[in-house]
Structures are given as C-alpha cells and as structure tokens.
Design a protein around this ligand. Structure first.
Ligand code: 5GP
Length: 205
C-alpha cells in the first residue's frame, strides 16, 4: 500500500490555519487532522481530545522523555506537541494527515520527515491578523501583543517552506491546500516506483 502524505500547515497565530484546515476536512473527509497535545488551558468551548489533548506540564514532559512526539515546541510559555504514533499509523495506512502547527515545530518535522509538504499560511495583512486575534477574544491584550510580535519573526522563515497561501478567504485557501495535496501526489519524486511496477506487469491504477 502507498503511504499517505504528511502535510504541515503552519504560519502565524491568527492567519486562519485552524479554520482553513477544518474547511479542508469538510471538503475531503478522508483526510486526517492530527490532534495535538498542549499544556495551555482550554478556551471556552474547546473539548479535550477534539481540539487538543490538554495535559499537565508533568504529563507533557513525561511524553517528551518517552519520545512520544513527532515534534514539540514551546509557544509563548506553553508546550505543544504532535503525537507520533497516531501520525505514523495513519500514514502507514495510506491516509493523508494534516498537522496544524507553529513554525518551529514545522521545521522540526521537515528535519525528521523530509518527505513532508510544508505549507505556510499568510494573513492578508498584519492589520487583519491583529483584527482576527482581537475578534477571537480568547487572549488578553498582552497575549495578543505577544502573538503579533511572534508573527513578525515567524514570517522570516517563509523561505523554509514548499508552498505559500495568502489567506483572504477560507474556501479559497482550503481549495488551495487541496490542490497542493493533489499536485504533490503527482510529483515524480513520489512516483518513481511506478516504472518498476509497470515493467513487472502490474496495473498501477
Ligand atoms: P493556540 O494556543 O492558538 O491553539 O495555538 C498556538 C500555536 O500553536 C498555533 O500557531 C498552533 O498552530 C500551534 N500548535 C498547535 N498544535 C501544535 C503542535 O502540536 N506543535 C506545534 N509545534 N505547534 C502547535
């Protein structure tokens, strides 16, 4: 069985990564979205096991020590990590998996899984980013200010990514991610084995 694709959707907080990934799953329910672990407190309406697995610092550190994360990073004083087993299980079953994570984590995935596809989501402007963070109403003024400052440093790492999406409209951004997945599946580097299979008399579709 062919392995699934690992797609990393990353970029500054407030760029619209989460909502865009949710729209991708509505359009393509066969794609899996990895649920991360975090030590930050749940926001109103967030459900454990659905939005995140909410862990204590001790539990998170224990999982780091047991190497249970594919990547993990500290973001504004809280820990975030991607469960390794789930991601590899899905990929080995031929399912495509999206990780919606911040920039340091994305670069760690690039190191350990060079076959991963890295997509950077940009907001239309920093003013819109600020507006979105304020509208969410989930952060204090100080936290919003820190997220904005962090966004500016994260933008510097765009050149480490494979694709960029300018996120002015959710549906459009979701379609672009779906198009990227389709294009990547046709990439020659992912399909070199087909020549051998054809020569061996196999039907490949
Ligand atoms: P929030 O607190 O707004 O849910 O997330 C803060 C940042 O952490 C966002 O940029 C989000 O994409 C990122 N994030 C969520 N899960 C993970 C993860 O498992 N690993 C890393 N590195 N970042 C994550």
């Amino acid at each position: 069985m062919e392995k699934g694709l690992l797609i990393v959707v990353s970029g500054p907080s407030g760029a619209g990564k989460s909502i865009t990934c949710k729209r991708v799953l509505e359009k393509r329910p066969e794609i899996q979205l990895s649920v991360s672990c975090t030590t930050r407190a749940p926001r109103t309406g967030e459900v454990d096991g659905e939005n995140y697995f909410f862990l204590s610092d001790d539990e998170f550190n224990a999982r780091v020590a047991k190497q249970m994360f594919l990547e993990h990073a500290e973001y504004l004083g809280k820990q975030y990590g991607t469960p390794k087993d789930y991601v590899f299980q899905m990929i080995n079953q031929g399912k495509d998996v999206i990780l919606e994570i911040e920039v340091q984590g994305a670069l760690m995935v690039d190191e350990c899984c060079p076959e991963a596809v890295l997509v950077f989501v940009l907001p239309p402007s920093l003013a819109v980013l600020e507006e979105r963070l304020n509208m969410r109403g989930t952060e204090t003024e100080e936290q919003t200010r820190r997220r904005l400052e962090k966004a500016k440093t994260e933008l510097e790492l765009l050149n480490r990514y494979d694709y960029v999406i300018k996120n002015d409209e959710i549906d459009n951004a979701a379609d672009q991610i779906i198009d990227i997945i389709s294009a990547e599946k046709c990439a020659v580097k992912r399909n070199l084995h087909l020549t051998r299979r054809l020569k061996e008399g196999e039907t490949i579709v």
